[in-house]
Design a protein around this ligand. Structure first.
Ligand code: HEC
Ligand code: HEC
Length: 163
């Protein structure tokens, strides 16, 4: 029994240190690269602020928690926490921006910035490409095949360019 316990402990320790190694490597890589995502901490801060403000409702449907949801609803509805992850690691990271590219910080429901409404249109375009246009061309199912997302075109830039 003791030997078994010792082995389990050793494996766990090795795993823990491997995990922290990977983490440090990731962090230092991030700090080193100029074009890497230097905005991640900024976005994480805002995402966590909103997350704290909806405490207890994280698993509720996004359109029942937030005030001004026009496209991420109906068939495409997701939980409030999933919605915020998508805001952060989906849209913002894929465009290489922070939340203030589309929002006035703290007034999340406001549509004052034109970029926010464009993002809604881009979302509808992405859904249409994956659910109608691509299947009509290839006959494949884009729930299982590689699909078009914001990064397919944007590649970490607010406006896609040829380079
Ligand atoms: C590329 C533009 C874009 C970026 C960047 C972006 N958002 Fe959004 N955000 C939107 C759009 C569009 C909606 C509305 C979605 C809809 O109508 O279904 C929205 C809605 C929201 C809402 C719901 C507000 C309400 O009550 O209606 C919150 C909260 C939010 N975003 C937080 C964030 C946070 C936090 C970040 C950064 C981590 C972020 N957003 C980055 C475009 C963006
Ligand atoms: C099929 C390619 C494609 C996809 C997919 C795509 N975009 Fe775009 N996006 C563009 C192009 C091209 C422009 C530039 C349009 C222009 O300037 O007239 C643009 C512009 C934008 C702008 C306006 C930027 C500005 O400063 O004027 C926003 C915001 C945006 N996209 C958000 C998104 C989001 C969010 C997604 C994913 C839901 C997305 N896009 C998916 C091609 C795409």
């Amino acid at each position: 029994m003791r030997i078994l316990f010792a082995i389990v402990m050793m494996v766990t320790l090795v795993e823990i240190s491997a995990f922290s190694l990977i983490r440090t490597e990731k962090t230092s890589l991030k700090n080193m690269s100029i074009s890497g995502d230097s905005l991640e901490l900024d976005r994480l801060k805002y995402m966590n602020e909103v997350m704290a403000s909806i405490k207890g409702k994280e698993k509720w449907p996004a359109d029942s928690v937030f005030k001004n949801i026009k496209v991420i609803k109906g068939k495409g509805n997701i939980s409030a926490e999933h919605f915020l992850w998508m805001m952060n690691w989906g849209w913002s990271a894929e465009l290489g921006v922070s939340c203030d590219h589309c929002h006035i910080i703290g007034r999340w429901e406001s549509d004052e910035l034109y970029t926010k409404d464009i993002a809604r249109g881009m979302w509808n375009m992405r859904v249409k490409i994956n659910s109608e246009i691509l299947p009509a061309i290839t006959g494949k199912n884009y729930d299982t095949n590689p699909m078009v997302t914001c990064i397919t075109c944007h590649r970490g830039k607010p406006i896609p360019t040829e380079q």
